[in-house]
Write a protein that binds this ligand. Structure first.
Ligand code: BES
Ligand code: ZN
Length: 635
């Protein structure tokens, strides 16, 4: 048995400003530290320490119904209004539990709705409330029909086709659409839950899942480590479990379980590798949950249970860097979290760096370097489209939607920063620094400025003359990339790009391409290196030889169909249509629709395919594609 350090660390008290004055209810502003512009909660006055959920999963009505009890500390004695985040919730009753006595019903009001932030829920405490021992606030509620965090799937959208399925996706600020709470990463709470489902289904959460629990439709959970609200997660379906190792395993529908158990069999080794580099895994078990194809992301790092797209099931373990990524979040993100959504690069950039390190330990430097170069290439593309004011790692980000801030630039730019530092300071020094960072800030949410102070004190100053604070600040606060950086290199990918050029120029016949030993990553790079002006017959020749339109690999498909749409390579349109209906992962489908709408002739077709497919897409995926099509409709 691996020694596990179970930490019941109390979250630090994070003081935040209250920004909303409800009509007729005065709220005192006690703010200090950065504001979260995407939360209404007055967590500088009242702080949730623990949540108790009791929810019934009603597939018929597509609603969760029940209650949440907040165990709160009062930070400001005279404060009398508790403000929580909510979106589209039907609040039925709010009660204050009295020590040993009857619960007292409290007045509440829902403020006007904002399309991104939802509605502030203001709850008024009786004037004589003794707050010193903390308070327990019970809210009876049900979720609305359009809860942005929840996807309800009819049986036909599952692998088995017989049972319904539901899952939540709380990041960034969707937790408020299924639980009224303080929906900011600055607040961490432990939780317990009772989830009631149809008896033949299994519920799993970002908590202490027991794979061998009796299937009776009543499932109990405890999450003893404090987590931010965006990591609260629930899924219900016809799920079974297979173990990888002592501490790791996978949940999936029985129809996909064997494939998932094979594809992700290295998960236990990844966990061991991560612990060796960055210190003990703090969360107990690490399991995966394979979602139906409409899951909108590649993965989501819900603690103890990463949610994973089935589009990774390539049959050759070539796409497992997403698993390395979600696992790495157990350190960067879940253990040390972003303080506000403007600091998200601390999660995603650091995690992308760790992901590459894990890939290197498990599969070698060549493979890791291939992925590093692809990341760098995507960064150069992003820099062409992300407006300059959103290009700093830590931009000013106070309005809009936290899901849409930097369009992914924070992943690659953050990774490149840490890779540059590793190259300058040396791997040993940098690894020790990183392990110390995770230890120092464990179970806290930090701002970019806290990161800056820490790295300055622990890495830059102790090693004078290597890198200045100003150079570091350029990454954090300036657009673009600094002139001096460590650019990834990959011999494999460079050879693939060379082959693309040689074939396109006629130097190399198609049957001499010798792509046999290539990784899918090399194939992706090859496709991207093809010159713009290739004749249709030449594409046909290539497609026939390399089987691009019949590839089962979702990343090759993505790259190929973007080119197919850009170049209007009509022979592959039937396969492109099929591809767009196979998975609803936004990364895979959105850029193909984008290319179709941008090629000058296929806007109508994009709309037609989208109308056929959207019944199987997640609301977040639909929201990402619809604006592309609407732009066309307007013209
Ligand atoms: N935490 C993210 C997913 C996310 C980001 C959800 C922002 C909501 C808002 C997750 O860890 C992630 O980054 N997933 C990537 C995979 C990755 C290997 C880049 C994805 O879904 O593609
Ligand atoms: Zn991530």
């Amino acid at each position: 048995m691996r020694p596990r350090i179970l930490l019941y660390v109390l979250p630090i008290v994070l003081l935040m400003a209250c920004r909303q004055e409800p009509a007729g209810l005065a709220v005192q502003d006690v703010g200090e530290g950065p504001r979260d512009h995407f939360s209404y909660a007055n967590s500088g006055q009242f702080l949730t320490r623990h949540l108790e959920l009791d929810l019934t999963v009603d597939f018929g009505r597509r609603a969760l119904a029940g209650s949440v009890t907040h165990h709160m500390d009062c930070l400001v004695e005279e404060a009398r209004v508790i403000t929580l985040d909510s979106r589209g919730l039907q609040i039925e009753r709010v009660q204050l539990a009295a020590a040993g006595g009857a619960a007292e019903t409290l007045p509440f009001e829902l403020a006007e709705s904002d399309p991104v932030r939802g509605e502030a829920l203001h709850i008024r405490l009786p004037s004589g409330t003794d707050c010193t021992p903390g308070l327990q606030l019970k809210i009876d509620y049900r979720t609305g029909p359009k809860a942005s965090a929840i996807m309800w799937l009819p049986p036909e959208l599952t692998a088995g086709g017989e049972h319904p399925f539901m899952f939540t996706q709380s990041q960034s600020i969707h937790a408020r659409s299924w639980v009224p709470l303080q929906d900011t990463p600055a607040v961490r709470a432990t939780y317990e839950a009772v989830i009631r489902t149809p008896p033949e289904l299994l519920a799993v959460m970002s908590a202490d899942n027991d794979a061998h629990t009796e299937r009776d439709g009543i499932y109990q959970f405890l999450m003893p480590q404090p987590i931010p609200s965006y990591l609260l997660a629930l899924a219900v379906g016809n799920l079974q479990f297979a173990a990888f190792g002592e501490d790791t395993g996978v949940y999936a529908e029985p129809e996909v379980l064997p494939a998932a158990a094979w594809e992700f069999a290295d998960t236990q080794d990844m966990l061991d590798a991560a612990e060796a580099m960055y210190g003990p895994y703090q969360w107990g078990r690490y399991d995966l949950l394979i979602l139906p194809p409409s899951f909108p992301y590649g993965g989501m790092e819900n603690p103890r249970l990463s949610f994973i797209t089935p589009s990774l099931l390539a049959g050759d373990r070539s796409l497992v860097s997403v698993i390395a990524h979600e696992l790495a979040h157990s350190w960067s993100g879940n253990l040390v979290s972003n303080r506000t959504w403007r600091d998200i690069w601390l999660n995603e950039g650091t995690t992308s760096y760790l992901e590459a390190r894990l890939m290197e330990v498990l599969y070698g430097k060549d493979r890791a370097d291939e992925e590093r170069l692809l990341t760098y290439q995507s960064l150069l593309e992003d820099l062409q489209i992300v407006p300059p004011e959103m290009q700093p790692l830590a931009p000013v980000f106070e309005s809009g939607d936290p899901d849409e801030g930097q369009q992914g630039l924070e992943y690659a730019k953050g990774q490149m920063l840490l890779e540059h530092l590793e190259a300058l300071f040396g791997r040993d020094v940098f690894d020790r620094y990183m392990a110390g960072y995770f230890d120092h800030f464990a179970f806290q949410a930090i701002s970019t400025e806290q990161f800056l102070e820490y790295i300055d004190r622990r890495l830059l100053q102790p090693n004078p003359g290597v890198y200045s604070r100003q150079q570091l600040e350029d990454w954090l606060y300036q657009p673009g990339l600094p002139a001096a950086m460590t650019v990834p290199r990959s011999d494999n990918l460079e050879a693939a790009a060379g082959a693309a050029q040689a074939w396109a120029s006629g130097e190399l016949p198609v049957d001499k391409l010798s792509t046999k030993g290539w990784s899918p990553q090399a194939m992706v790079y090859f496709i991207k290196a093809l010159p713009r002006d290739l004749a249709r017959e030449r594409l046909q020749e290539l497609d026939r030889e390399l089987g691009l339109s019949t590839s089962e690999n979702a990343e090759i498909g993505r790259t190929w169909y973007i080119e197919v749409a850009k170049r209007r390579y009509l022979p592959a349109y039937p396969q492109m249509r099929a591809y767009l209906g196979r998975f609803g992962r936004t990364r895979l489908v959105e850029p193909v629709y984008r290319a179709l709408t941008a090629n000058g002739q296929d806007a109508e077709l994009a709309r037609e395919i989208f109308d056929l497919c959207k019944g199987s897409y997640h609301p977040l995926t639909i929201a990402a594609i619809e604006p592309l099509l609407a732009k066309i409709d307007d013209e």
